[in-house]
Design a protein around this ligand. Structure first.
Ligand code: 6GU
Length: 233
């Protein structure tokens, strides 16, 4: 998979891409992330990329010219046209299902905005979809782009050390994850549940399923359908 990111702050991506699963996915060639600085496509000698909003109001708006020029350059670098995504709080909310969907694409082109937002002609002219990572305002789309890259990269086949570890985790079945324990068996008087030491894999699976359901009911009932929200079973 190839992910292009158009941004005014390419340096912001260096440390998240430089460690752990992302670093390994990049080193293995599972994923290629190409950062392009929108400011390199400014049309004047001041490298201006934003301007005051028509109609007045606070803040600055990203100009269409530099973003279009940057986008056209980036798109010409690879034959696959890619799925074009604007990062903005106006977008559809990102979740695990969206991460799975995006992980099946050959190419993503993520456009991170700063200032008050994008000139509307960017969204319309590029035919871009919009994604938000939650209901709060960040000072730019860069952190959102990194969240998406991380969530997508770890779903690429071979990105995780243990191939099963993406299956059981929170959200993949619409539930929070069951509790985990490792050594020691007793820590400061707190014991590992007996069932996990029993070696009975059927019973353990059943216990984990029930734990996942109970925790989801208690902590995130919004994830459950009406039938799972009620307390019998
Ligand atoms: Cl994608 N951008 C900004 N600026 N703020 C956000 C966001 C994106 N998602 C949540 N908040």
């Amino acid at each position: 998979m190839r992910i292009d990111v158009l941004t005014l702050f390419p340096q912001a991506f260096e440390s998240p891409l430089g460690c752990s699963i992302l670093k390994r996915a990049l080193d293995n060639g599972l994923l290629d992330v190409v950062l392009t600085d929108i400011r390199d496509f400014a049309e004047d000698s001041y490298r201006k990329v934003d301007d005051k909003p028509y109609g007045g109001g606070p803040g600055m708006v990203m100009m269409p010219g530099p973003v279009f020029a940057c986008f056209e350059h980036v798109q010409s670098l690879w034959p696959h046209k890619g799925r074009v995504i604007l990062l903005t709080p106006q977008g559809q909310k990102f979740n695990q299902a969206k991460a799975c969907e995006l992980s099946r694409e050959e190419r993503l082109i993520l456009i991170a905005g700063r200032y008050e937002g994008f000139d509307e002609r960017i969204r319309v002219g590029l035919g871009a979809e919009q994604i938000s990572i939650g209901d709060y305002v960040l000072s730019g789309g860069e952190l959102a782009a990194m969240v998406i890259i991380d969530a997508v990269a770890r779903l690429l086949a071979g990105a995780l050390g243990d191939e099963d570890s993406a299956k059981d985790e929170s959200f993949s079945e619409g539930l929070l994850e069951y509790p985990h324990y490792t050594r020691p068996e007793v820590f400061r008087g707190m014991k590992v549940p007996e069932i996990l030491l029993s070696g009975d894999h059927g019973k353990i699976a059943e216990w984990r399923r029930r734990q996942a359901l109970e925790r989801t009911r208690e902590w995130r009932p919004d994830l459950l359908g009406p039938e799972d929200r009620s307390l019998q079973d």
